[in-house]
Design a protein around this ligand. Structure first.
Ligand code: NAD
Length: 462
C-alpha cells in the first residue's frame, strides 16, 4: 500500500498532522520510537506542570497564614507526587492513541529511517518493514543539548530535564545550569518543595529573551525567597557534585543542565540534499523543505521550540499538502509563550528589546520577525489594578505591559507577570494575531472580577 503521508515522530506536530490528514480521508502512517505524545506529553510540558501543581499546593498550604488560614504540620510525599505525574501522562497518551484510532491512520512503534526519496515517493524502513508514501512530514523533535563542559558526560550527579522528571526521590540540594525556561521552572519546583537551589546563567540575566522588566520582578522575588541566582557566570568544569565557574565553586547533590535543545536528525541521513540552518531544517512559510514532497514541523525546524507552535506548523503543512485554499500560514509574530514560575510569566509579540534590535538591524535571522521597525509606545499597569488579583495574591504586585504601534495603534506585544496570566494571554493572542487597534480592543468586555481585566485596563490607558 502507498500512503498519502508518512510522518516521523508522534509528538504534538506529528499526532496533529496524523489526525487532520486521516480525518480528511487520506491514508497516513505515523512512526514513533518512544511514546506517542513526544517530549511535551511524556518528558516536557505535561509532567512538569503536574509536578509544579503539587509543589504549588504544598507551597500555598505552607504560606496560607497570610490568607488567615492556619495549616500546621503540612508535609508531602514525593513518591506519590511522581506517581500522580505518571498517571496523568498515561491518561493523556491514551487520549492521543484514541485520536489516531481510525481506519486511515496506521501507527507504527519503532525507529524509522529514510531508505530513499524521489519527487514521487519516499521509502521508509522501520524494523523489518518498508513503507512507501507520496509525502513525508518530519516531526522528529529535539533533545536536551549537552554543552562541551569537562566532567559533564557520564557524571551520575548531572541530570537533564528527563532525569529530573524520572527520579523518585527529591534531591537534597540542586544546582541548575541555565536560567532559561526549563531552568526556571525546575528552580520553582525544587524551591517550593524546600530544596536549596542555585541557578547559574551565562548571560547577564535569566530568561534573556523575555521582557526584562517582567523578568526583574521574578528575579527579585526569587532572590528574596532564597534562590541563589548567579548571572554572567560561566561553568568551566564539573567535578562530581562540584561546579567550577568563573564566579567561584558551588556544590549540590545534583546538577541539572538545561542550556537549550537541539533538533533530532537521526534516521534522516539519506536526505543528503535537505537544507539546514543552524541545526534546524529550513522550511518555507507552508512548512515545505527545499525537497519536493518533504515537509517539517515542530522543534526539528529550529524555529520556536514550543508545543503549540509545533501543532500549528503541522496544521499549516497538512493544509498545504491537501491544497486547502486559501493556504494557511503561521504568524510567528503572534505566538504566545508562558513560563510556569510562581508567579507565572506570559507574553506574546514583540518586546521593546526586539524593536530596538530591529531598528539597529541586530537580530538573528531565525527570529522570524516579519515586521519592520515601528515607532512604539508602552503602556503598563501593576496587576493590582485587578480587584481579583488583589484578593488572591497577597503581597504581590505583578505587571501588565502592552506595546502599541504608535502610528496605527495596533497592539504588537503584551508581556505580563502575575498569576494566572497564562490563562488570559490568549486574549492578547487574538489582538496581536488579528491586528486589533487599541480602539477595537476597548470595545471588548471582560468579565468582572477577573485578573484578565488588567489587560483591558492597560489598553484603556493607550
Ligand atoms: P532556553 O534557551 O530557554 O534557555 C537556556 C539558557 O541557558 C539560556 O538562558 C542560556 O543563556 C543559558 N546557557 C546556555 N549555555 C550556558 C552555560 N554553559 N552555562 C550557563 N548558562 C548557559 O533553553 P531551555 O530552558 O533548555 O529550554 C529548551 C526549549 O524548551 C526552549 O525553546 C523552551 O522555550 C522550551 N520549553 C518551553 C517551556 C514552556 O513553554 N513553558 C517549558 C520548558 C521548555
Amino acid at each position: 500500500m502507498k500512503y498519502f503521508l508518512a510522518i516521523i515522530g508522534g509528538g504534538p506536530a506529528g499526532y496533529t498532522a496524523a489526525e487532520i490528514a486521516s480525518k480528511a480521508g487520506k491514508d497516513v502512517v505515523i512512526f514513533e520510537q518512544t511514546a506517542l505524545g513526544g517530549t511535551c506529553l511524556n518528558v516536557g510540558c505535561i509532567p512538569t506542570k503536574t509536578l509544579l501543581y503539587s509543589a504549588k499546593q504544598y507551597y500555598n498550604a505552607t504560606h496560607s497564614d497570610k490568607y488567615g488560614v492556619k495549616a500546621e504540620s503540612v508535609t508531602f510525599d514525593y513518591t506519590k507526587i511522581v506517581q500522580r505525574k505518571t498517571k496523568v501522562v498515561r491518561k493523556l497518551v491514551a487520549g492521543i492513541k484514541q485520536k489516531l484510532n481510525n481506519e486511515h491512520c496506521t501507527t507504527v512503534m519503532g525507529a524509522a529511517s529514510i531508505v530513499s526519496r524521489t519527487d514521487e515517493q519516499v521509502v521508509i524502513a522501520c524494523g523489518e518493514e518498508q513503507y512507501e508514501a507520496e509525502n513525508l512530514l518530519i516531526c522528529t523533535g529535539s533533545t536536551n543539548f549537552v554543552p562541551p563542559i569537562p566532567g559533564i558526560k557520564d557524571n551520575p550527579a548531572v541530570w537533564d530535564s528527563t532525569d529530573a522528571l524520572d527520579t523518585k526521590e527529591l534531591p537534597q540540594s540542586m544546582i541548575i545550569v541555565g536560567g532559561g525556561v526549563i531552568g526556571m521552572e525546575f528552580a520553582t519546583l525544587y524551591h517550593e518543595l524546600g530544596v536549596p537551589v542555585t541557578v547559574i546563567e551565562a548571560m547577564p540575566t535569566i530568561l534573556p529573551n523575555l521582557d526584562q522588566e517582567v523578568v526583574t520582578i521574578l528575579l527579585e522575588k526569587y532572590r528574596k525567597a532564597g534562590i541563589q541566582i548567579l548571572t554572567d557566570t560561566k561553568v568551566t568544569e564539573i567535578q562530581g557534585n562540584k561546579v567550577l565557574t568563573t564566579n567561584g565553586e558551588y556544590e549540590a547533590e545534583h546538577i541539572l543542565v538545561s542550556v537549550g535543545r537541539r533538533a533530532n536528525m537521526q534516521g534522516l541521513e539519506a536526505l543528503t540534499d535537505l537544507e539546514m540552518y543552524r541545526g534546524g531544517i529550513v522550511v518555507d512559510e507552508f512548512m515545505k523543505t527545499n525537497l519536493q514532497n518533504v515537509y517539517a514541523a515542530g522543534d526539528v525546524t529550529g524555529k520556536i521550540m514550543l508545543a503549540h507552535v509545533a501543532s500549528r506548523q503541522a496544521e499549516v503543512a497538512v493544509g498545504r499538502m491537501l491544497k486547502q485554499l486559501p493556504l494557511q500560514r503561521i504568524a510567528y509574530n503572534a505566538i504566545p509563550s508562558v513560563v510556569y514560575t510562581n508567579p507565572e510569566i506570559a507574553c506574546i509579540g514583540l518586546t521593546e528589546k526586539d524593536l530596538n534590535d530591529i531598528r539597529e538591524g541586530d537580530f538573528a535571522p531565525t527570529m522570524s520577525l516579519d515586521k519592520p521597525f515601528v515607532e512604539y509606545e508602552v503602556h503598563q499597569l501593576p496587576m493590582t489594578y485587578s480587584g481579583r488579583f488583589v484578593a488572591e495574591n497577597e503581597g504581590e504586585t505583578g505587571l501588565c505591559k502592552v506595546i502599541v504601534d504608535k502610528k496605527n495603534k495596533t497592539i504588537i506585544g503584551v508581556h505580563m507577570i502575575g498569576n494566572p496570566c497564562s490563562e488570559f494571554v490568549a486574549a492578547a493572542s487574538f489582538a496581536v494575531r488579528m491586528g486589533y487597534t487599541v480602539g477595537e480592543f476597548k470595545q471588548v468586555v471582560f468579565p468582572h472580577p477577573t485578573v484578565g481585566e488588567v489587560l483591558r485596563e492597560t489598553i484603556m490607558e493607550a
